[in-house]
Design a protein around this ligand. Structure first.
Ligand SMILES: *Cc1c(COP(=O)(O)O)cnc(C)c1O
Length: 417
């Protein structure tokens, strides 16, 4: 057996909240103007109370609303697959499993949080959402979710991607969203995620009918993603495994990593590993300090590993990993030694992605290539040590809309930063 499926009535009915179980309490977000801890009042112009409550909740489990489960059921539970052909090609005694989040409508893990975010906003009478997107994975996920609740969706897309990568824009428009290039104020700038966040927040803050939605980083986003790891736990049991020895994911803001890893956090035998690009090495080379989530300094200050809110990463193909900071929860785990972090140049991640495609068949997103690189190196280390390690990684998305990146790699045009 190489594929371990749960029935659709085995979908988890509550999210796991890691906040009470972190190695140390999270430091609070600070107001950008006063430097005082932000309260619900500060967040209400941007987020519904349902999500603000989750941002600070100390409940261990939070029920998933039935309406949300009904939509998640369109593609969940997602498969857990044993990558036996990859194992054989590597000649490793390790057993490699991946959780396939690429089967969602938008092709990544991001709809797992887009759906509940749209739900809580709709439930509180919000009729319009704004957001930012890099290459378009988050924007397309929110566009899909907004369509499910008849909410208008406006996406500020990093200009370089808007111009070079039309397909995800078309996907967003197909789901009914309107998409504009960011920064709006400077048509000569290629833009960045931080700038697009500033645009989306500036649009939402003054309007009563509009809220803002963020695709990663915040506690409630990571909470929604824990459905990944909760399913994976049940599926590993189906595969006859007691536990993974190591859990590996790519890390941009940290949501797919948290989603898979947090449900395993309580078991000290399980190593947790973040993989990031060496061109945007937030966890491996950033400083742990309070920083803004956006470029313009409009968002609350978050305690996180950061390269500085004005950091402009080189334009690597893994657009979803080009963020200057990391989720406070992920930063907390790394700071206190509960999670490891490694960084790779993109050439090594594409090499791994192509190896995966040629053995397992599926073509991964460039972001996912980072997790695959981490898993392959772990499997090779197990071979070296002669150990039967159980490796679990997150297959966060497919690469069908990133084929131009593969073309660059296969034809020697990739800048290997
Ligand atoms: C957005 C994205 C990521 C990175 O975001 P996280 O919040 O760190 O998970 C990774 N993989 C894919 C396919 C993505 O779309």
């Amino acid at each position: 057996m190489t594929r371990f499926d749960l029935r659709s009535d085995q979908i988890p009915t509550a999210w796991y909240n890691a906040l009470p179980d972190l190695p140390a309490p999270l430091e609070p977000p600070l107001h950008p103007a006063t430097n005082q801890p932000v309260g619900p009042d500060d967040l209400m112009p941007l987020f519904p109370m349902g999500l603000i409550g989750q941002e600070v909740s100390t409940e261990a489990w939070i029920d998933i609303p039935g309406e949300v489960i009904d939509i998640l059921r369109l593609w969940r539970p997602t498969p857990l697959v044993r990558a036996e052909r990859l194992e054989q090609a590597l000649g490793t005694p390790a057993r490699i499993y991946y959780k396939d989040e690429s089967v969602s409508p938008a092709g990544s893990h991001k709809p797992n949080t887009a759906v509940p975010q749209a739900f809580y906003n709709a439930a509180e009478g919000i009729t319009r959402l704004t957001t930012e997107t890099g290459a378009g994975q988050w924007g397309s996920s929110l566009a899909f979710a907004a369509a499910q609740f008849d909410i208008e969706c406006k996406v500020y897309m990093v200009r370089a991607s808007y111009e070079q990568k039309p397909y995800r824009r078309i996907l967003m428009e197909t789901w009914g969203a309107s998409v504009v290039p960011s920064p709006v104020a400077d048509p000569t700038s290629p833009g960045s995620l931080g700038m697009a966040i500033s645009d989306a927040v500036a649009d939402a803050a003054p309007r009563a009918d509009t809220h803002y939605a963020l695709g990663s980083v915040l506690n409630h986003v990571l909470l929604h993603q824990t459905i990944i790891g909760l399913e994976a736990k049940d599926q590993l049991a189906l595969a006859g495994e007691d536990r993974p020895d190591v859990v590996i994911s790519s890390c941009g803001g940290g949501s797919n990593l948290a989603g898979l890893a947090l449900p395993f956090m309580g078991d000290p035998e399980v190593r947790l590993v973040a993989v990031e690009p060496s061109s945007c090495p937030t966890l491996t080379e950033g400083a742990f300090e309070y920083d803004f989530g956006d470029t313009a300094g409009m968002t609350p200050l978050l305690p996180m590993y950061t390269l500085g809110h004005d950091f402009m990463p080189p334009s690597i193909h893994a657009g979803g990993l080009r963020y200057h900071g990391d989720a406070p929860i992920i930063s907390n785990l790394v700071q206190h030694g509960r999670m490891e972090a490694i960084a790779y140049p993109q050439g090594k991640t594409f090499e791994a992605a192509v190896r995966f495609a040629r053995t397992e068949g599926k073509v991964p997103a460039p972001e996912t290539g980072h997790a695959i690189r981490g898993a392959i190196d772990e499997a090779l280390a197990a071979k070296e040590a002669g150990e039967e390690r159980v490796i679990l990684f997150n297959y966060s998305g497919h690469g069908f809309l990133d084929l131009a990146a593969y073309d660059d790699y296969l034809n020697g045009r990739l800048i290997d930063v």
